[in-house]
Design a protein around this ligand. Structure first.
Ligand SMILES: CC[C@@H](C(=O)O)C(=O)SCCNC(=O)CCNC(=O)[C@H](O)C(C)(C)COP(=O)(O)OP(=O)(O)OC[C@H]1O[C@@H](n2cnc3c(N)ncnc32)[C@H](O)[C@@H]1OP(=O)(O)O
Ligand SMILES: [Co+2]
Length: 139
């Protein structure tokens, strides 16, 4: 069912400092501006790679879903992996039918298409985001 690896989510206490690190240490040359997604409780920006993206996320607001993660990992760290799926409702129903815990209902993600999250307890400790492939990107 899963398609392309779309991005790896990296939580950080400071997107600005992480951007400088990816640029200065790793030589990343294509990095978007950051923007806020209040409904997701995060600031976000993307480091564009030839075959994928690193999604830098910083908490926004007092109910951010990444606050507890950053309390446990104050310097930040790898937070989730995101795979593309063709149909988010089909994916959600398949996850539920297989007994996985889907966190919340589909919401519009950073690429403008709906996303869901599958609890890390179902995936060997890895938080998985499933994202509907943007229209026009289907192969
Ligand atoms: C930018 C928008 C969007 C996109 O389009 O790409 C995004 O990516 S937004 C990304 C941020 N949003 C989310 O993560 C939403 C879904 N996440 C959640 O609902 C919560 O983060 C969570 C997964 C339920 C965890 O919440 P938390 O408050 O940390 O709960 P617990 O403290 O009870 O943790 C339970 C358990 O899970 C472990 N854990 C927590 N986070 C992770 C993680 N990222 N990866 C692996 N494991 C994680 C946590 O350590 C606990 O383990 P135990 O102590 O062993 O029980
Ligand atoms: Co993400």
């Amino acid at each position: 069912m899963i398609g392309k690896l779309n991005h790896v989510g990296v939580a950080t206490p400071s997107i600005d400092e992480s951007v400088a690190m990816y640029r200065d240490l790793l030589g990343a040359t294509s990095i978007t501006d950051k923007w806020v997604m209040p409904e997701q409780g995060v600031w976000v920006c993307f480091v564009n790679l030839p075959n994928s993206q690193i999604e830098l996320i910083e908490p926004y607001g007092d109910k951010s879903p990444i606050t507890a993660f950053l309390e446990k990992n104050p310097k930040g760290g790898q937070h989730h992996v995101c795979f593309e799926v063709e149909d988010i409702i089909e994916a959600r129903d398949a996850m539920k039918a297989k007994g996985a815990t889907v966190l919340g209902e589909p919401r519009i993600g950073a690429h403008g298409t709906p996303v869901i999250f599958v609890h890390p307890k179902n995936m060997g400790g890895v938080l998985v985001e499933l994202m509907e492939t943007p229209k026009g990107d289907h192969h």
